[in-house]
Ligand binder design. Structure first.
Ligand SMILES: Cc1cc2nc3c(=O)[nH]c(=O)nc-3n(C[C@H](O)[C@H](O)[C@H](O)COP(=O)(O)OP(=O)(O)OC[C@H]3O[C@@H](n4cnc5c(N)ncnc54)[C@H](O)[C@@H]3O)c2cc1C
Length: 497
């Protein structure tokens, strides 16, 4: 008998979501991630749980509708990580007709199933505070709802849930070869340690690496050209600057080249600005923001806001590469965002399912669809994730304040901001993070900001954190607040723990 029913290559949102869904159906699951969970595209997104207003321009109604519906499903599943966000879209008649925008938003409201999120409305920027930070030439805007999420923590919590349901999650474990027979034989390399495991079915969810894995690791080439690249890589860059304005809404700005740029309140003191869109050729591991892309983002912001920014204001910049299924339609902005699942079945050989594309927003649906595609191998399993909370998410969608107040009653020595940050990260699992903490001394060493040894130990034992970057950029965004020296202290602490 094979060691596993299902092996998944890739610990981004798609691989983690598939592992969670499959493990919850009772399958024996292995997930192999070559670096840290969410170390690639799934921590470099715009972090929106959205239908994608822009995709309406490309008539992707199916994608928009299913993505819109996922907003409230994820909001209920992870109310600590997913938050409603209102977007202000200033009217700029030279860029898009206000009538078309209005119709688009009516459609956006109409396509979605909404119980929590309010619908769209018009704004007078001369009287609404949303007009204050904008240049006086902007008089009107529309406002609509989407959600904002902690993308990397969503990945980690999918993996935690998968593990709690029996999956084996192996981080820093690279799949270096796979031999296909009546079952898959995978050769894994975990920091120099070689291990061979077998699985009945293999899922390639390696994001931007999906094609190179198919060719180099799985060696699945066929004379018919069955595996010739269908992948288009699209690079996007974001910058983070000190908070641009005081209110808690985001803006969606129409650029001269028809792209849109978001400005999103981020981590209380910052504004996240993104994204660019452009074809990428090269090694996805080496993707970095370019000066030109950063200048582009600043330029679009400066066209709309009174306050001017430049590259020097960026306290952080990141870039990611998304894999899009190339349907031959041309520019990156025009290529479909819908995911494609390709099942390769051959007589007498174990099946291979390859995941192309996908969004953070639709990862749960994608995972469900993967299990539908594999239903004949794993009969008698049922979808279950639509109504199940992610770890720590078992509280009402608007219950953050109540949970924070309860946390402060249980651990009265925590500062308000500290309690709120912990609740936003761990939800009801805060009790596990602070389980041995009865006084502030029990929190242990403080590494800077409000990161303490108690939290780091939890992340190392329950969430696979191994390095300072795992903690500072993926389990949290405290990297924005720690100095290099503090980071080095954290790294030393973790390597000695
Ligand atoms: C700029 C940008 C903005 C975006 N904004 C949004 C947004 O706002 N909302 C939204 O819903 N979506 C957004 N997306 C899309 C979304 O981020 C991606 O679709 C999603 O993160 C892809 O996840 P993934 O799991 O397929 O890939 P990844 O997250 O890249 O995961 C693949 C993993 O496979 C691993 N891997 C590769 N080779 C091996 C191997 N041999 N062995 C083991 N592991 C291996 C990699 O290390 C990697 O971690 C955005 C994308 C980009 C680029």
């Amino acid at each position: 008998m094979a060691d596993f029913d299902l092996a998944v290559i890739g610990g981004g949102i798609n691989g983690a979501g598939i592992a969670r869904d499959a493990a919850g159906r009772g399958l024996r699951v292995l997930l192999a991630e070559q670096n840290d969970l969410a170390s690639a595209t799934s921590s470099a997104s715009s972090k929106l749980i959205h239908g994608g207003l822009r995709y309406l321009e490309h008539y992707e109604f199916g994608l928009v509708r299913s993505a819109l519906n996922e907003r409230e499903i994820l909001l209920r599943a992870a109310p600590h990580l997913v938050h409603p966000l209102r977007f202000v879209l200033p009217v700029n008649a030279a860029r898009r007709s206000p009538t078309l925008l209005h119709i688009g938003l009516l459609l956006y409201d109409w396509l979605s199933w909404r119980k929590i999120l309010p619908g769209s409305r018009e704004l007078d920027l001369l009287t609404d505070p949303a007009g204050d930070p904008l240049r006086s030439t902007f008089h009107h805007a529309f406002e609509y709802s989407d959600c904002f999420a902690d993308d990397a923590r969503l990945v980690v919590l999918n993996a935690v849930d998968a593990a709690e349901r029996g999956a084996s999650i192996r981080t820093r474990t690279r799949c270096v070869r796979a031999e296909r027979g009546s079952e898959w034989q995978l050769i894994l390399n975990a920091r120099g340690q070689r291990e061979v495991v077998t699985a009945r079915v293999l899922v390639n969810a390696a994001g931007a690496w999906v094609e190179s894995i198919t060719e180099a690791i799985l060696r699945q080439q066929s004379p018919q050209g069955r595996w010739k690249p269908r992948l288009l890589l699209d690079k996007g860059t974001h910058i983070v600057v000190p908070r641009l304005y005081d209110h808690d809404r985001a803006y969606i700005l129409q650029a001269a080249d028809r792209r849109v740029v978001f400005t999103i309140p981020f981590q209380d003191d910052f504004t996240l600005i993104g994204t660019t869109d452009g074809r990428f050729n090269g090694d996805p591991a080496a993707v970095t923001p370019s000066g030109e892309e950063i200048d582009y983002l600043c330029g679009v912001v400066n066209e709309y806001f009174r306050k001017s920014i430049s590259a020097a204001d960026a306290v952080w910049a990141y870039a990611g590469v998304r894999s899009l299924y190339d349907d031959g339609r041309g520019k990156a902005q025009d290529v479909g965002r819908e995911y494609q699942l390709v099942l390769d079945e051959r007589p007498g050989e174990a099946p291979l399912l390859t995941v192309y594309g996908g969004k953070i927003t639709t990862h749960r649906l994608l995972a469900e669809d993967v299990l539908v595609k594999l239903a004949h191998f794993f009969p008698r399993t049922r979808p279950w994730t639509a109504k199940s909370a992610l770890p720590g998410g078992d509280f009402v969608y608007d219950g953050l304040e109540t949970l924070t107040a309860r946390t402060l009653r249980a651990w009265p020595f925590l500062a308000d901001d500290h309690a709120l940050r912990l609740v936003r990260a761990y939800g009801t699992r805060i009790g596990d993070v602070l389980k041995d903490v009865a006084s502030s001394a029990d929190l242990g060493i403080s590494f800077g900001a409000d990161l303490t040894a108690a939290e780091v130990r939890y992340l190392m034992t329950k969430e696979w954190a191994q390095t300072a970057d795992d903690v500072l950029w993926r389990r949290s965004k405290l990297g924005l607040r720690l100095t290099d020296a503090q980071r080095a202290t954290l790294d030393r602490f973790m390597s000695q723990s």
